[in-house]
Design a protein. Structure first.
Length: 105
């Protein structure tokens, strides 16, 4: 089961989801998903992201904390990303720190 918030959605505040989430709207706040999180091509996020698996296709101005992350060619991220596994496709933009791999004890 997943939730889909389309491009006509505008949110001011944090968004928490216990299932997979596809977000294609605009938000000024943090997004946390206990499942996978897809930031759609039309999405604009001003806040931090946290999810097990993330697919970023839109614009994010904030930090991301994921187990796995894929940045599509249309993604634009301004902020730090921390993930165990990162796939960055040609054309993707990431401006900020990037930490990939398991944390050392």
């Amino acid at each position: 089961m997943s939730s889909h918030l389309s491009s006509d959605i505008q949110i001011e505040g944090d968004l928490n989801c216990s299932t997979d989430l596809i977000f294609d709207g605009s938000i000024q706040g943090n997004i946390t998903s206990k499942g996978s999180l897809t930031i759609g091509q039309n999405a604009s996020v001003a806040g931090d992201l946290k999810a097990e698996k993330a697919i970023i296709e839109g614009k994010v101005n904030g930090n991301g904390d994921f187990t796995s992350c894929r940045l599509s060619p249309t993604s634009v991220i301004s902020g730090s990303v921390s993930t165990v596994s990162l796939q960055m496709e040609e054309g993707a933009s990431l401006e900020g720190q990037c930490k990939v791999g398991k944390a050392k004890a």
